[in-house]
Design a protein around this ligand. Structure first.
Ligand code: HC0
Ligand code: SF4
Length: 579
């Protein structure tokens, strides 16, 4: 509610607006390295958002940082004067002087916000780089999922903000001063030993190559290249609705068919779907839950999100007895891919390598757990995040958008129901479970299978569902984002709740906004709504919408497992988490 001018154009602004906010809304770009839309950043940290302002009645202009200077009526703002550009260049030079500039080998090569800003301000020479630059800041490789390369860190503090305020884990801290200033793990621990749960949310906001997944694309190329190896690929429910963005397709485009073609182009031997295993998990977890309800054991927490399992193990081990014993879809898939699949297809299991593509960093960690091995052999051999898969395609010269989509052709582990598809968004596992449990209890299908009460974006949502029969009403909750999860766990441990079933996804939004998904340079969580709408659209388009109606799941039980919770099912598809 005021008037000012930016670059000679009149703009109106709201009372609380900073110069950055008003400029952005009126289409004037100002570079930022610490600020990122929708996170609560520490203003004035990177100091590249410099602008020239002349206040009403002032004699001369001054240079200020746009992110923490409020708009004033009658103010004149200029973002591109030669003095502004000169000062921004100096600022970027100073950041670069204390930054590992081995850009050609960096995981962010060609996709780095620091490079973008250096180009924007017109920096052509970096005068302060010493040829013998070595960082006193460590490279931490102790997490199975991620690498922290602190020589590349510019101390923008976005990661600290996200870990603390969005996730409530608070594993990251600012340490030291001056040239020793650094982002470290709390209590000076290594990442592996720290409270970090490998959710990867900090990676999504890092502007440089300082935080990244552990890159395993080389291993996948080795497998593809080895004539003795049979590669079996699975990809996650949420991958297909977020991956097209990297190749210029509109957010929310379903690129399932493109991904299948891309994998075949790479030379994959067998292309299958994690959605199939999501249906299977509903069969196992649904029956497990009904059993627990009859015994009066409550609540049961879902177990398919590995960052949540890490969180429970590290921070709230007392909650572990309440976590479902059913393995995640990724791990159920792996266990069957090394037993059922080779039996059916006549393959030598020792030659199989299972490769997952997941929008998740913690899935790397999950796949390495000792409990998810049979006779020492991993059920899932390697996990690529969405970002690594994009990198792999680019390395191999494959443009996803130019491919002709194709379909699955495997009769054992590729078909899925709408219930399996919606696992990729918060509330999806719950909705899928309700559809199947209702049918088990009543012997008929739920009339309105789209359960609106379970859909939404609030970090904790609750509902009461009538399952009928001898079960009756159940109270359910869905939490996403670890901050809400922490509050829920504390309530449960203190006996303040009466929930029967609680779905947990560590990442705010669920897998559609997973910490292994593509990064956006504009927002912390880009396109969440569109990805999620696309997932619900897949559900609507799928001929069968309940997990128990999946013909390949029915076949698996008939020809291999027997029934849900059978001895073999327990052996392959269940685990337990130890305090
Ligand atoms: Fe998810 Fe999953 S839904 S965790 O969010 O349950 O990553 O997409 O693959 O395993 O299915 C991620 C997504 C999966 C698993 C499934 C679950
Ligand atoms: Fe925090 Fe998650 Fe990053 Fe670990 S991975 S430091 S828990 S945001």
């Amino acid at each position: 509610t005021g008037q000012a001018t930016i670059n000679g154009t009149p703009v109106s602004f709201r009372e609380s607006d900073t110069i950055l906010e008003a400029a952005r809304r009126s289409g004037h770009f100002i570079p930022t390295l610490c600020e990122l839309a929708d996170i609560d950043h520490t203003p004035g940290t990177c100091r590249v958002c410099l602008v020239e302002i002349t206040r009403l009645g002032a004699q001369a202009p001054v240079i200020v940082t746009a992110c923490n200077t409020p708009m004033e009526a009658g103010m004149t703002v200029r973002t591109r004067t030669s003095q502004v550009r000169e000062m921004q260049r100096l600022q970027v030079e100073l950041i670069l002087a204390d930054h590992d500039q081995d850009c050609a080998t960096c995981i962010r090569h060609g996709d780095c916000e620091l490079q973008d800003v250096a180009q924007f301000v017109g920096l052509r020479q970096s005068r302060h780089t010493r040829p013998d630059w070595t960082s006193s800041r460590p490279r931490d490789e102790t997490s199975p999922a991620m690498i922290r390369d602190m020589g590349k860190c510019i101390r923008c503090l976005r990661c600290v903000e996200v870990c603390r305020r969005e996730q409530g884990v608070d594993a990251l801290v600012f340490t030291g001063t001056s040239l020793q200033a650094n982002i470290g793990m709390r209590n000076n621990l290594s990442q592996g030993a720290s409270d970090c749960v490998a959710c990867g949310q900090c990676i999504l906001v890092c502007p440089t190559g300082a935080l990244a997944e552990r890159d395993e694309t080389e291993t996948v190329i080795d497998f593809l290249d080895d004539p003795d190896v049979i590669t079996v690929f699975q990809f996650a429910p949420a991958l297909r609705v977020g991956f097209g963005e990297e190749f210029g397709l509109p957010p929310g485009t379903n690129v399932e068919g493109h991904i299948i073609t891309a994998l075949r182009t790479l030379g994959a031997d067998v292309v299958l779907d994690t959605n199939f295993a999501a249906d299977l998990v509903i069969m196992e977890e649904g029956h497990e839950l009904l059993g627990r309800l009859k015994e009066g054991r409550r609540p049961t927490f879902t177990s398919c999100c590995p960052a949540w399992v890490n969180f429970a193990e590290k921070l709230y081990p007392d909650i572990l007895p309440y976590v479902s014993s059913t393995k995640s879809p990724q791990q159920c898939f792996g266990a069957l891919a090394k037993t059922y699949l080779p039996e059916k297809m006549g393959l030598d299991p020792s030659r199989l390598r299972v490769i997952s593509i997941m929008p998740c960093t913690a899935k790397k960690d999950e796949a390495q757990r000792k409990m998810f091995r049979q006779k020492g052999v991993r059920d899932v051999d390697v996990v690529l995040t969405t970002r690594e898969f994009a990198r792999l395609l680019k390395r191999e010269g494959i443009d996803l958008a130019a491919l002709e989509p194709s379909g699955f052709d495997n009769p054992y582990m590729s078909e899925y129901s709408g219930a399996g598809a919606i696992f990729g968004t918060t509330g999806g596992v719950m909705e899928a479970a309700v559809r199947t449990m209702y049918s088990v209890v009543n012997g008929r299908e739920l009339e309105h299978i789209e359960v609106e009460d379970l859909r939404g974006f609030e970090s904790v949502r609750t509902a009461t569902i009538d399952l009928g029969g001898d079960i009756g009403q159940v109270k359910v909750a869905m939490c996403h984002g670890l901050k809400g999860v922490r509050a829920m766990v504390e309530d449960v441990l203190a006996g303040r709740t009466d929930f029967d079933f609680i779905e947990v996804m560590a990442c705010p939004g669920g897998c559609v906004d997973g910490g292994g998904h593509l990064r956006s340079k504009k927002h912390y969580q880009p396109n969440a709504r569109k990805r999620r709408d696309a997932i619900y659209e897949i559900d609507r388009q799928t001929p069968r919408r309940q997990s128990h109606a999946n013909p390949q799941v029915q076949r698996l039980y008939k020809e291999f497992l027997g029934q849900p919770l059978s001895h073999l099912a327990e052996e392959l598809l269940h685990t337990h988490y130890i305090r």
